[in-house]
Write a protein that binds this ligand. Structure first.
Ligand SMILES: Cc1cc2nc3c(=O)[nH]c(=O)nc-3n(C[C@H](O)[C@H](O)[C@H](O)COP(=O)(O)O)c2cc1C
Length: 437
């Protein structure tokens, strides 16, 4: 079983209650906050931790930033994950370090440099969550208006990946010579120009950084639309999914396996990790109390602000009791389809959608003792619905502490999770071959 800790470099994660919990510190702008979390996750032998990211404050709701900023939604603050991961590389030694970067609002050369650098300084622990970005707010910050259409973003992303891969491969593994006696730094015959010229990108190359310890960083993707899954099947080595129930987890995984087969890749070429939000107590009643406390801290408006950012749509004009069926998305399609399916036939209202989104975007909740949570996770993996989990905290750092001290030892006793790291790189932890050309 593979485990990832989910984070945003800001006040909330999927849960919008995090910063409001009176028990917690509000030092999410400090390095200490992320260092504490990284150390807990590494103590729990997590494969990696990862920062989600977006490139604009949310101002879809009411065509203004007022709701998101006032209530503290998912986009009210997001610091850049890369400097944080650089700092965390120095205080950890095994846990993988993942960051989100957008193929719509960046250039392949920048991305290839950033992740090659992180891979070197972390001794092979870098991972890139490839996103195509979601909304017009992001387009407005990059002078790129209007936001490209949904499928066109993936077309651009395909070429982006081609260029990034060529850049990482532009140094052969043994190109760096470092022969001090003869004064030979590197072998020029093993460092190659790309001369890439395509529809979206021109890049001459080569990269100005030798090949990283992992060859290429681990590539993560989370698209859940049809086009998104095809993209993930072509490029990813880890797939994140957020599916609200077991039935949808199975459907998603079967579709990804079919998409991988279409790309000529085996079903285990990409590790499928399902998002979960655990609430862990000494008893079930205590876990339920924690969940209820958490939920009481979420205003439906804050969820609607984040939902608006995901769907690239303004829900402020719709009556709160209107059915969510009328919602359409030019942003994330997979998330919106999942939202419509959540009530199993019974339509849910816009206000319900705001509450669901604010409480945890739609992450399935595992509520109970550490044993209950471990058993449920074991069942999901045994059923073939996932290869592991993205653990999304409801409380910080408490959820990760409860999980590492309570759930991880049970998973270890069941023989489902490592007792110690067997290797150094993130590829070692995930059991995926090095990204050589
Ligand atoms: C666990 C998880 C994490 C994600 N993290 C991000 C993120 O950090 N930034 C982002 O723009 N999209 C993120 N997404 C969204 C997807 O990457 C994707 O861009 C989005 O779902 C739109 O694709 P689709 O229409 O194919 O579903 C995430 C999705 C999941 C399930």
């Amino acid at each position: 079983m593979h485990l990832c800790g989910f984070l945003i470099a800001g006040p909330v994660v999927h849960s919008h209650a995090i910063w409001r919990n009176p028990k917690h510190t509000t030092d999410f702008l400090s390095l200490e906050h992320y260092t504490r979390i990284a150390k807990v996750l590494e103590r729990g032998r997590f494969d990696f931790m990862f920062f989600a990211d977006r490139l604009a404050i949310a101002d879809r709701y009411g065509a203004s930033h007022v709701t998101g900023i006032r209530h503290g939604d998912q986009d009210a603050t997001r610091m850049d994950p890369m400097p944080i991961l650089g700092a965390l590389a120095a205080v950890t030694s095994r846990i993988g370090l993942g960051a989100t970067r957008s193929t719509t609002y960046d250039a392949p050369y920048n991305i290839a440099r950033e992740f090659a650098t992180l891979d070197h300084i972390s001794a092979g622990r870098a991972a890139w969550n490839v996103v195509t970005s979601m909304n017009d707010g992001e387009a407005l910050n990059y002078g790129n208006v209007p936001h490209l259409g949904h499928d066109e973003r993936y077309d651009r992303a395909d070429e982006f990946m081609e260029v990034a891969f060529k850049l990482w491969d532009s140094w052969e593994p043994d190109a760096l010579v470092l022969d001090r006696a003869r004064g030979i730094y590197a072998d020029p015959s093993k460092v190659h120009y790309l001369n890439h010229s395509g529809k979206w990108f021109q890049s001459r190359g080569p990269l100005n950084i030798p090949r990283g310890p992992q060859g290429r960083p681990v590539v993560i993707q989370a698209g859940s639309s049809g086009r998104g899954k095809a993209f993930a099947a072509r490029w990813s080595e880890v797939i994140f999914a957020l599916q609200p129930n077991m039935e949808r987890m199975h459907k998603f995984t079967a579709e990804v396996h079919a998409a991988l087969a279409q790309q000529g890749r085996p079903a285990d070429a990409s590790r499928i990790l399902m998002a979960i939000m655990p609430f862990i107590g000494e008893s079930r009643a205590e876990a339920e109390e924690k969940r209820d406390l958490h939920d009481s801290l979420v205003d439906p408006l804050v969820g609607l602000s984040t939902l608006g950012a995901h769907a690239n749509a303004d829900f402020s004009a719709l009556p709160l009791d209107e059915s969510v069926e009328s919602v359409t998305s030019s942003g994330s399609q997979g998330n919106i389809n999942a939202l419509k399916s959540i009530a199993a036939g019974e339509p849910i209202s816009i206000a319900d959608a705001g509450r669901i989104y604010g409480r945890g975007v739609m992450c399935p909740r595992l509520v109970g003792t550490a044993k209950d949570v471990a058993d449920e996770m074991a069942d999901i993996v045994a059923s073939g619905a996932a290869d592991g989990f993205v653990v999304s905290p409801a409380f910080l750092p408490d959820t990760f502490e409860d999980f590492v001290d309570g759930v991880v030892p049970i998973l270890q006793d069941k023989g489902l999770f490592r007792r110690d790291y067997a290797g150094v790189t993130l590829r070692d932890h995930l059991g995926i071959a090095d990204g050589t050309a």
